[in-house]
Design a protein around this ligand. Structure first.
Ligand SMILES: [Zn+2]
Length: 310
């Protein structure tokens, strides 16, 4: 049973928008692409696990704290016998291990993901104790990309590659048993103590004037530059994706809100932000469908409709 769903990281969303609207440095672009890839891998694994639909509890994407240290778990699987902790990696290409170090085939060192796994395993064990729950824990690194290969893998490492997943599935199923009330109570407790991620920490600096205006495509995230007033559907030149113009404007408004949480949503702002995709009169009408107009003469603005955000 799925207890906690995975949501798109806000940091990823923001980087997507920024990537479309400004020139990211190579380092920033790499962070962005890695997040995009990592998230894709996690979704793939979610789907794989969902299809097994065993007697267990699944909690995705947990940000927790124990012993004054914050740690993150991609997927937690609570079975009657054990708790599994999964770290999902979507690495692509050839890698090798030498001692404690991991390298790409072109000999550049990467962070050893086993350390990260061990750290979260240790902290999670501490948390379990704090919460007064006992269960054996097993942690695994799961590599989901079919084009990943790790040379010189010591057999002792808790690594599962795509080719081994089928057999790993049998191992999971073997540990199935009837879950007790204490399991679901513990799962709920974990969800309730989850921390909220601060997405703004690793972002490049940006300001309103620096960003290109326009509507981004809902499918490939590129900026759609030429839009004509009067048409109800907008079409992306890059990928051919189509979207109703009203939904595109509302989506762009959400994007604006996420990028600039301190700016007020006004008809003029959104008109400018969407680069005149519709007349300001239409924009005002569309905004009032979803947001509540706070009347303040010339400086009236829109706020999320309370009944809508519930
Ligand atoms: Zn597109």
């Amino acid at each position: 049973m799925l207890i906690k769903q995975r949501t798109e990281p806000v940091e990823l969303k923001l980087l997507r928008f920024l990537n479309a609207r400004m020139e990211l440095s190579e380092k920033e672009k790499n962070i962005y692409l890695n997040l995009e890839k990592g998230f894709k891998g996690e979704l793939w694994f979610d789907n794989w696990l969902e299809n097994l639909s065993g007697e267990w509890l699944v909690l995705n994407d947990l940000l927790l704290e124990s012993n004054n240290s914050v740690f993150q778990i991609d997927t937690l699987l609570i079975t009657s016998e054990k708790i599994y902790l999964f770290e999902i990696k979507n690495y692509e290409g050839d890698f090798y291990i030498q001692g404690d170090k991991w390298y790409t085939i072109s000999k550049s060192e990467i962070k050893n993901p086993i350390f990260q796994l061990e750290r979260s395993g240790m902290l999670f064990r501490g948390l379990l104790q704090e919460l007064g729950f006992s269960s054996p824990i097993e942690s695994y690194l799961i590599f989901v990309n079919p084009d990943f290969f790790l040379y010189q893998t010591p057999l002792s490492l808790p690594i599962v590659s795509l080719a081994q997943l089928n057999r790993f599935k049998n191992k999971l199923i073997m540990n199935e048993g009837i879950l007790k009330k204490r399991h679901s109570k513990f799962a709920e407790q974990l969800v309730s103590i989850c921390l909220k991620e601060s997405p703004y920490t690793r972002l490049p600096e940006y300001n309103y004037d620096q960003l290109e205006r326009g509507v981004t495509c809902a499918y490939c995230y590129s900026l759609m530059d030429s839009l004509t007033e009067g048409e109800e559907t907008i079409v992306c030149k890059e990928c051919g994706g189509k979207e109703n113009v009203i939904s595109a404007i509302l989506r762009s408004t959400e994007e604006f809100k996420l990028l600039f949480p301190d700016r007020k949503i006004t008809t003029n702002e959104i008109f400018e932000w969407c680069k005149g995709v519709k007349s300001s009169r239409s924009i005002r009408r569309i905004l009032s469908k979803k947001y509540e107009l706070i009347k303040q003469g010339r400086s009236s603005y829109f706020e999320p409709n309370f009944s809508d955000t519930k």
